[in-house]
Design a protein around this ligand. Sequence first.
Ligand code: ADP
Length: 375
Amino acid sequence: LYLLDSDQRRAVLAGTSNIAPGHPAAPAAITLDDLAPWPLAEVVRAAAPCLVSDLGASFGALPAGAWERPPAQAVVLPIARAGHTDLAGVLVAGLNPYRLFDDQYQHFLELVAGQITAAVANARAYEEERKRAEALAELDRAKTAFFSNVSHEFRTPLTLALGPIEDVLAGAGDTLPAPDRARLEIAHRNHLRLLKLVNTLLDFARIEGGRADAAYEAVDLAALTADLASIFRSAVERAGLRLIVDCPPLLTPVSVDPEMWEKIVLNLLSNALKFTFEGEITVALRLEGSQVELAVRDTGIGIPPEELPHLFERFYRVRGTRARTHEGTGIGLALVQELARLHGGEVRAASTVGVGTTFTVTLPASAAPLADVRV
Ligand code: ADP
């Protein structure tokens, strides 16, 4: 079997049966202009089979296969290229010396060529698919590198701007006129907001680049979660809501990266606060079989069912919702999902518009580090 180069000027040996590659009748490559050893140019031009006789004179002894006599004739058959007019290659088949080369025999060989056509088409389709996937992965890597570089570049000037603002706010005491203080506080708050976004982007870039080295520790997850939730208590109560922390001690330590767990809990809680105007927010932690389940439940505005499948996409935000603040970029839940996956777990959302939303994070409740779990 020979496959043709894309310019159809050279054919390369792709496989042999019963004859060694490199045999004079099966050279590694044949230029189509050559007349020897096979009339490939003719077959390619006519896209029709061509019978070659008197093989003994051209090649001397050919392998005989199952018979004691070598073939005296061979057929060169075109291998079509699915969906194209030009050929994928040619098949050279030595003929049974004891059988007449009639229509039936030719038809049989054409069926063989048809099978090879299909197999080559499949292999090419697979190859194309692989190339496409590789190109996409390459694009993704470029995007991640870009995010990572840009975030780094933003972080330094932001940190440098925050320092003096904080110095003035802390040092000036009451000597600063109230309107100036208010303006500086706005600047401070927005610098912090930007810094948080940049840091989140960096987290992402690290996770996607496989550089997020989770530092797993076996921790008392109930105590850690309750501590994190209590950070929100005053903000929740100031907003006129109740905070219920329902984290009874688990029986076993759970292996998590505490910083990442903090990001998961705080992101879900700040969303709950942002989208809840009355009622309560519950943080519950339970052992469910071999899993530990964190549920952050609110009695907020809810999420329409058609939006639920997109919530965890990066930069996705539900349009036209009422929120306590319009700050947000749609990156929080995407990060929660990446962090949960990094821990070998997952996050899901259930919601009813006007009733409330529950985000549930499930992780394996193992005390052993998950060092081998990769996104
Ligand atoms: P952000 O809060 O920065 O917009 P997130 O990824 O955290 O980004 O959330 C994406 C969107 O999901 C939000 O814009 C909001 O519309 C919706 N959402 C998230 N949490 C809740 C919630 N607890 N209740 C209602 N809607 C929510």
